[in-house]
Design a protein around this ligand. Structure first.
Ligand SMILES: *Cc1c(COP(=O)(O)O)cnc(C)c1O
Length: 397
């Protein structure tokens, strides 16, 4: 069917919650996507930081196909081997101790919040604990995740949101210190803010937050849904800071395309928080997604993905800096590894639309940032190709 009529159909039958790019994507190969008309796109969006291995990776696809033929789903009432292996590998790479698999990022946040609340409740039996989150953060769209998302536009229509949540300013330790009291049960932040505009935490900020949490037995929750899974050059971004969370959330690239997330915690938090009956999910961590996560983690190790990201991320950063020095409409570059942003004075939405026309998928963050979250397997030549297309687009301004 023709792309136009497909898009028409979509607008008739699907809830209009997205203003989608006018393209119907059909298949992918490596770091390229193809639409139904056969047009080729270089992908620097990766399905929003999901497709770390790019498209049509044979080893990954074969593992999924084999699991489809074997067993898709059993429920969490029974054990299954792929998910046990996935959990063991996730603990090994994170140095954390216990995993709960979810179907999405927002559910991972829900679970992390519940664990932190239960931990505090177990200590004092009170039900009025507070959470400190950050302005300009993003943690998902379900009500619990929205309650800790520091973006008025996303929150306001859905108020009142559950729980008592206070917002500090990212990278401003004093603004957080002022909010801490005896009721604070958790401090939650993205190690590198994604949707808000690609803001990495400063070293002293993250270390300062860890210290507050240590002193007052407050749970530190780091949201690694976007910045984790090798994207910043270490398996998880916090590993590059030497600061360890009590609970970490993962999703996006964890399954490289299958819907899976996780919250992962220390043994100490696990022992004093969620117990049988406190939390559950029908689909979460079923054998199919377990096989995906297990294979992804094996591939990451075998192909030394984090080393590759460190190398190619430095190259991307250097080329973006060069671009910035040549185009006055670029006012800042921020990011780590293969999670980069350019702040522009020209409309970023328009820039990404024009890039699409030129065969480049690139997305935005905040209201003035062009966001680069490509598959982690990109090579230098793909960076060069992206920069060239971006030049063509920016030359219009
Ligand atoms: C995408 C994202 C989420 C939400 O994940 P979903 O799978 O869309 O629910 C939460 N936190 C961060 C940092 C994200 O980037």
């Amino acid at each position: 069917m023709e792309a136009k009529s497909l898009m028409n159909q979509a607008e008739h039958h699907m809830l209009h919650t997205y203003n989608r790019f006018p393209v119907v994507l059909d298949h992918g190969e490596g770091v390229y996507l193809y639409d139904t008309e056969g047009k080729k796109y270089l992908d620097f969006a990766a399905g929003i930081a999901v497709q770390a291995l790019g498209y049509a990776d044979q080893e990954y696809n074969q593992a999924l196909k084999a699991q489809v033929d074997k067993l898709l789903h059993t429920s969490n009432l029974y054990y299954n081997q792929p998910t046990i292996e996935a959990a063991e590998k996730l603990c090994a790479v994170s140095g954390l101790d216990r995993v709960f698999f979810t179907n999405s990022g927002t559910e991972a946040i829900e679970g992390a919040i519940k664990a932190a609340k239960k931990y505090a409740y177990s200590k004092d039996g009170c039900t009025d604990h507070e959470i400190i989150a950050m302005n300009q953060s993003f943690h998902g769209r379900s009500l619990g995740a929205l309650s800790v998302t520091g973006n008025t536009h996303y929150r306001e229509p859905f108020e009142p949101l559950p729980g008592i949540v206070k917002f500090g300013d990212y990278n401003d330790l004093n603004s957080v210190k002022k909010l801490v009291n005896d009721k604070t049960c958790a401090i939650l932040l993205e190690t590198i803010q994604g949707e808000g505009g690609i803001y990495p935490a400063e070293d002293s900020f993250l270390k300062g937050i860890r210290q507050i949490c240590d002193e007052r037995d407050i749970i530190l929750i780091l949201d690694e849904i976007q910045c984790g899974m090798g994207r910043c050059g270490t398996m998880f971004a916090w590993q590059g800071y030497g600061v360890k969370p009590d609970i970490m959330t993962c999703a996006k690239a964890l399954g490289c395309g299958v819907p899976v997330g996780a919250f992962v915690m220390t043994e100490a938090v696990a022992q004093a928080s969620l117990k049988p009956g406190d939390h559950g999910t029908t689909y979460g961590g079923n054998p199919f997604v377990g096989a995906a996560v297990s294979k992804v983690l094996t591939i990451f190790q075998e192909r030394k993905i984090t080393e590759h990201v460190t190398e190619i991320g430095a190259y991307l950063q250097q080329e973006l800096e060069r671009l910035k020095s040549q185009y006055p409409c670029i006012t800042a570059r921020r990011g780590r590894g293969l999670m980069q942003g350019l702040e522009l004075t020209v409309p970023v939405g328009e820039v990404s639309s024009k890039a699409l026309e030129q065969g480049l998928l690139v997305i935005t963050a905040g209201n003035n940032v062009l966001r680069f979250v490509p598959p982690l397997v990109i090579e230098r030549k793909h960076v060069d190709e992206m920069i060239q297309i971006l030049r063509t687009v920016l030359n219009c301004y």
